[in-house]
Ligand binder design. Structure first.
Ligand code: 5HY
Length: 250
């Protein structure tokens, strides 16, 4: 049986969050799937806005390039903004799935309406942008924030996790939603327990994305190279971008 190798990219540079994401991915991966959790060699410790996303996106492209060189079968972008998703698809031959996109798709398969619980109020707009971009705005009842920084999920106090739980209880009580999407890679290890306790499907994008990439590979599907997701037109990049001057990837 061929082993599938799926690279799970945490676009921020937090090693603790990369570990949380890697463990959650391994929990749901099939026996023949090898999960490779990675994060950029340099960049932003947490993604909490548009500027951070731009930096994170370059880290994603760096890791996709390295993964393509290493011959991985698929990539997951494990940040709820799906930073660099379409650019990453240009570089990749295998599937590339973002955790926001994956969770939203899965949520609409189990409920007509879902709500989202994310970290900071300022990233709520990013979730709304993606809902529109992916065509799910009519399926989403509300986007809630726990009003805490992303890395509070890794501070070991459990306070942020408690806030996530409270927001999920609030969403279930108030939003008339049938499912809840967790809006941060760092929440990946909370879904199963919350689903069980609250008796409502709680979906984390990391697990959803692992199963989607496995399904796509199982169908022999990779990223289309026809049209806008074809490899970028080769041209000599300069400065920190010379990593992309690689004919095996470009
Ligand atoms: C994430 N930030 O999933 C997003 C969460 C957010 O560093 N990993 C991050 O609030 O956008």
């Amino acid at each position: 049986m061929t082993t599938l190798r799926i690279q799970v990219i945490n676009p921020n540079t937090s090693l603790a969050m990369t570990q949380t994401i890697g463990e959650a991915a391994r929990m749901v991966a099939s026996s023949g799937t090898e999960i490779l959790p990675v994060c950029p060699s340099h960049g932003v410790p947490s993604i909490e806005g548009h500027f951070d996303e731009a930096i994170g996106a370059m880290g994603v492209l760096e890791q996709v390039t390295l993964g393509e060189r290493a011959g991985v079968d698929g990539h997951i972008i494990a940040c709820f903004g799906d930073p660099g998703l379409l650019a990453a698809r240009e570089l990749a031959t295998g599937p590339v799935v973002g955790i926001a996109e994956a969770a939203m798709h899965m949520a609409t398969l189990v409920a007509t309406r879902f709500s989202i619980v994310t970290t900071l109020p300022r990233t709520v707009i990013i979730a709304h942008h993606l809902l529109r971009q992916y065509g799910f705005e009519h399926h989403c009842q509300a986007v809630h924030s726990i009003d805490l920084p992303v890395l509070s999920l890794e501070d070991g106090t459990g306070f942020a996790q408690q806030k996530v739980r409270e927001r999920c209880i609030q969403a279930k009580a108030q939003d008339n939603c049938g499912a809840i999407v967790l809006g941060c890679g760092g929440m990946a290890n909370l879904a199963r327990e919350l689903s069980h306790e609250l008796c409502i499907p709680v979906i984390d994008g990391v697990s959803a994305a692992v199963k989607m990439v496995e399904a796509l590979l199982g169908l022999g599907l990779g990223t289309s190279k026809q049209g806008d997701l074809a490899k970028p037109n080769p041209k000599p990049l300069t400065g920190p971008y010379t990593i992309f001057n690689d004919p095996s990837v470009m």
